[in-house]
Write a protein that binds this ligand. Sequence first.
Ligand code: SAM
Ligand code: SF4
Length: 369
Amino acid sequence: MYNTKSRVPSVPNVMKDPFGRTIDYLRISVTDRCNFRCVYCMPEQGFPVAPKPELLTFEELERLVRIAASLGMRKIRLTGGEPLVRKDLPELVARFSAIPGIDEISLTTNAYLLDLYAKPLKEAGLTRINVSLDTLQSDRFKAIARRGDFERTMRGIQLAQEVGLHPLKVNCVAMRGVNDDEFVEFARWTLEEDVHVRFIEIMPIRWNMDEVGGFDAMQPHGDRGLLQLNKVEGDMLTDLQMRKMMINASEIIDRIEMALGPLEPHEIPTNGPARTYKLAGAKGTVGFISQISHDLCVRCNRLRLTADGFLRPCLMSDGELSLRDPMRAGASDEDLRDLILHVVAHKPERHYLAEGQKVTGRGMSQIGG
Ligand code: SAM
Ligand code: SF4
């Protein structure tokens, strides 16, 4: 049984990795399941998911976050899979908000279920929200996400704003040949509303299903050229397709500036790794997260916890360590603390995606993107 009287001291601490980076941000995948099938993230039939008993329970998550907070973890982001499909998520948020040392609890979501959960999440202590939205066109939405519904997603986003989940960040994966004709529309949105649109560089991460003897549809195939959404069929994009779709931030900036005028650099407190800009008179901002073409690793402050309880020091390298198994075998808080510190001590300096590194150990939805 979990002992609620944790022996971990509440003295604030600071974790540093071998490269001097402060580690204070934990991204937690609360589920590997998702109600969408975005073409850059999953195949049409989804990935095989972990059986429910393999997922960390709320009690286990709370215990790990309490220990991590005692080591200096300050910010938590809930992600997935789609975090809103995890039953009773507001209860988990309430548990985390009661943990001393945790200053911020945020959520990354596809927004489809936000119409149901925005209010209870806010009441439970959720600080803010990032929604993923790659298009402002209903038909295209269906082609990219392959599930869900554009209108309901937009209603969810609106409701999040109404209940005060500010600042609202909108993450748009920029894809040449797919949504590159919409960058100006996304930027125009920031003129009218207090939204912070961030264009994310597409990352060639996909689970190599061969290694796990997966679906026939996931057998390797050659490059099918630039994306024709109707040619992705049941699969997800290949590494090569994703690399070909990448668009440089400077190209996006040029397109926006040509249509809407200059973008001035503009820092916001919760920038994270984004470089942000503002159009004259805009209520919101436009940002860029260029994980591959820019070295964001130098400022990386995060660890990731997978839904099945593995702690990873880096999104892009396949190393990970189970906290769940030792915990279920009776590990003490001190043992778990040592394991967390061990992972921090093995955080790689950087990824090598630009040099052609392949990330195949798990997909984004499994790691918690
Ligand atoms: N389901 C939630 C969502 O979509 O917001 C949370 C999990 S999702 C894996 C987190 C983020 O990863 C989303 O913003 C999504 O667009 C992004 N993502 C997934 N695969 C990606 C890829 N190959 N390249 C860049 N971003 C990706
Ligand atoms: Fe689901 Fe998010 Fe992956 Fe889309 S990006 S399939 S919403 S986990």
